[in-house]
Design a binder for this molecule. Sequence first.
Ligand code: 3UK
Length: 529
Amino acid sequence: MFGSIGESSGPAIDLPNRMNVATLLVDRHVQEGRGDRVAIYYGDHEITYAQVQEGANRAGNLLRQLHVRIENRVMLLLLDSPELVYSFLGAIKIGAVPIPTNTLMKPPEYEYMLNDSRAVVAIVSEQLLPQLQAIPRERLPHLREIVVVGSVPAGLRSFDQLAAAASAELEPVEMSRDDVAFWLYSSGSTGFPKGCVHLQADLVYCCELYARPILRIGPDDRCFSVAKLFFAYGLGNGLYFPFYVGASTILWPGPPTADNVYRVVERYRPTLFYSVPTNYGMLLAQEGEHDLGSIRHAVSAGEALPPALFQRFKERFGVEILDGIGSTEILHIFISNRPGEIRPGSSGKLVPGYDAKLLDDDGAVVERGEIGNLLIKGNSTCAYYWNKRDRTRQTILGEWIVTGDKYYQDEDGFFWYGGRSDDMLKVGGIWVSPVEIENTLIDHPAVLEAGVVGREDQDGLIKPLAYVVAAAGHEPSDTLAEELKGFVRARIAEYKRPRWIEFVPELPKTATGKTQRFKLRQLETGVGG
Ligand code: 3UK
C-alpha cells in the first residue's frame, strides 16, 4: 500500500465465517475440558469457566425472557463484577448487542446513550441505579426494562431472581464474523459520545495481534486491570484477553486508589497488570513496602506514560511498564513497547498486523522523523459510528482510520506521541472535552467566558486548567475559584473538574469569535502546541 510504513504481516488468523464469539470465549474452554479452571477472582469467590458458562447462559436466557431479540442493544451500567461478564457474554450468545457503559457519567449522558442506541434493556448495579432513575421514564421511549444487580427497589427487576429462574442451558446463535457483537461509546470534543460499532471478529484480532504475541498471555496468567471493564482498554485486559486463552481475571468493583490497588495486587497476585499513567503516579506517590513480585508485565495506555514514571516504577518495583496506544475505535493497542525492547517515553513500535501512515495536513506522507497525523489500518477497527454518518466519513477512510493523534517515528521505528489534532484532553486516561467544561463554567453567574486547556501536573500528566473571565460585578478570588471547581464537579463527571482556575481579563479569539485554545496553551508553556 502506497505510503504505509512498518510491517503489515501479522500472525495468520483463520476465522470461520459462521461463528459466535461468546463460544470462543467460554464454551470452548468447557468443551475442551477446562471447565474447572478459575476464570474470575471476585472477593472471596473463585468462579470457574463452567460457572461462567452457566452464568452467561442464564443471563442470555433472562434477556430473552424480557423479549430481547437478535441485534437488540442492551446497556450494561455495571461495576466490575461477574454479572458484567455474564451479561456481556450472555447477550452476545443470543446475538444481542451489549454496550458496556462508563459508570462515571451523569444522567443527561445516560439519557442520550439510551435513546441513541435504543437499548431495550439496561442492566445496572444498584449503586448506579440513581443515575438512571434521575431520568424521567417518559424521556426513554425505547427502554423497556431496568434489571438491577444487587438489592432491588420495589417495582424493578432483580438480576439474581431472573437469572435463578432462567435455564442454565443456552445454544449460541450462529452469527457471522462480520455481525455486530458490541458497542462502546467514546466521547468527542463537542456533542454527546459516539457509539463505536464493533463486530464479532474484532476482539479475536486484538487477542491474536496484541495480547498473544506482545504479552504472551497464556492459560496460567492472572489479569488485573485497574482500568475498569467498561473502557475499551479494560474490556480487553480484564475480560476478552483472559477469556480467549482460558486465563483468569481479578475483578474488583471499587475506586482505584493506591491503597486499593496495592491490596488487590498483594491479595490475588496478578501476573498481568494493566493501568493508566495517572494511576502509576498514584502508586508511586504512596510510601511503604509493597510486593508487586507476581507481575510479569505491567501495561500502560490511555495517555502517554512520562519516562520519569517508567524509571521510578522500575527502580522501586523492578517492573518495566509497557506503554502502548490504543483507541475505542480500533478497540485495543496497535502501537506498543515490547518486553525487552522498551524505549521509555515512546509508544513503541507498530503491532504486527496493523499498518500506520503519518500524513501532513495536505495528506502527503511525512519524512521519517517528522511529525504527522497518524492513520492506522487494521482488522479490529469499528465498522462505523452509530447514527453519525459525517463523523464516520471523516474518521474511517476505506481501510484507514484517522486516530486524531500526532506522532513521529524515529530511525528505529519507535513512535513518539506529539499531541492531538483536536483540543481533546486525556485525563487519567479518560477523554475530557474542553468545550464541555467551558460550557458548564459559563452556566455559573460569575463567569462571563471560559477557555480550558491542559496543564502538566508534577508527574508530567495533563489535567484541565480553566482560564476564566469574571462577569461584571464579580471579583476574581481564591474563594470564587474554589466555588467554580465545586460547581463543575456537581454537574459533570468528577474527573472533568478543572484542577486550576486562572482569572484573565479576556480570552484570545479569532475574527469569528472562536476561542483560540492554542494561544491559551502558549500562555501556559511560553511556546506553541
Ligand atoms: C490517547 C494515548 C499516548 C490517544 C485505549 C488502550 O485510550 C484508549 O482509548 P480511548 O478511545 O482514547 C484513545 C486516544 O487516547 N492514547 C491512548 N493511549 C495512549 N496517547 N500514549 C498512549 N499510550 O489520543 C488515542 O487516540 O479512550 C487504550 C487500549 C484500548 C483503548 N481504547
